[in-house]
Design a binder for this molecule. Structure first.
Ligand code: UTP
Length: 230
């Protein structure tokens, strides 16, 4: 028998619900996952919060100055509603309970698909994806968000930012800094990067809406994106 390939996909809220829920994308993503479930693949999909997180944090901020921890909790609940959406979309295939704590022991041996959400304040779902990848002994960890590469500067501010195809965690961490801020836009958040570095994990950053490219990354073929490694 072939060895099962275990893959963690951190599915950015920015591609699940950048504004409206991306039904067309989610249909294609479902087909994509189902196709690989028929092969020797096991997936853990961690969902981000997207515009739901942002809208709720913005709304609360109109009333008073909100502590970061409360902003994070709003974000966490947004990741949970998106995780429940995915769990429902994959009702037949997925482990029936959203993994809302990446460390909690579960008995899901017969399942090949798990959906996970955010956990606690102080980081993003990137960190949950790293903890889950370690726990499930994942063969591959893919961060599928709305950016095609890690850049050497913030691409939304600097038009001359250059894409990086490969970078070590040390260099990556120098690039993004060490401090966490709710709703932070770095490709992999600093807390997740610190843990991934400690665990000597390799992570791939790709634009998740391009499923052909995601497939190439999954199959170790040539792909567009960034590899971050020890
Ligand atoms: P994410 O940052 O993971 O979702 O969580 P996103 O912004 O939609 O993902 P990308 O950018 O597309 O990849 C949204 C917010 O939820 C809170 C944080 O405030 C985060 O910015 N959160 C999430 C936590 O506080 N803890 C968690 O474990 C997860």
């Amino acid at each position: 028998m072939k060895k099962m390939k275990i893959v963690v996909i951190s599915l950015g809220g920015s591609i699940i619900v950048p504004g409206e829920i991306q039904i067309k994308f989610l249909k294609a993503f479902k087909e994509f996952i189902l196709r690989f479930l028929k092969k020797d693949y096991k997936f853990i999909v961690v969902t981000g919060g997207g515009s739901v997180a942002r809208n709720y944090i913005n709304a609360a901020s109109k009333f008073s100055k909100i502590p970061d921890e409360d902003k994070d909790w709003l974000g966490i609940h947004a990741t949970r509603i998106n995780a429940h959406l995915l769990r429902t979309i994959f009702k037949k295939e997925a482990y029936p309970v959203v993994l809302d704590n990446p460390l909690k022991k579960i008995d899901g041996k017969q399942y090949k698909l798990f959906i996970a959400s955010g956990w606690r304040p102080g980081w993003s779902t990137d960190y949950c994806a790293v903890l889950i990848a370690d726990r499930f002994k994942a063969d591959k960890v893919i961060n599928a968000s709305n950016i095609d590469y890690v850049y050497d500067k913030d691409i939304s501010k600097y038009k001359d930012a250059n894409p990086i195809k490969e970078i070590t965690w040390n260099k990556y961490r120098k690039l993004i800094g060490t401090k966490w801020k709710p709703g932070m836009k770095s490709p992999i958040d600093p807390i997740a990067a610190k843990m991934a570095s400690k665990l000597k994990m390799t992570m791939v950053v790709v634009k998740g809406t391009d499923l052909k490219n995601l497939e190439n990354a999954l199959l170790d073929k040539k792909f567009t994106g960034t590899v971050i490694h020890p």
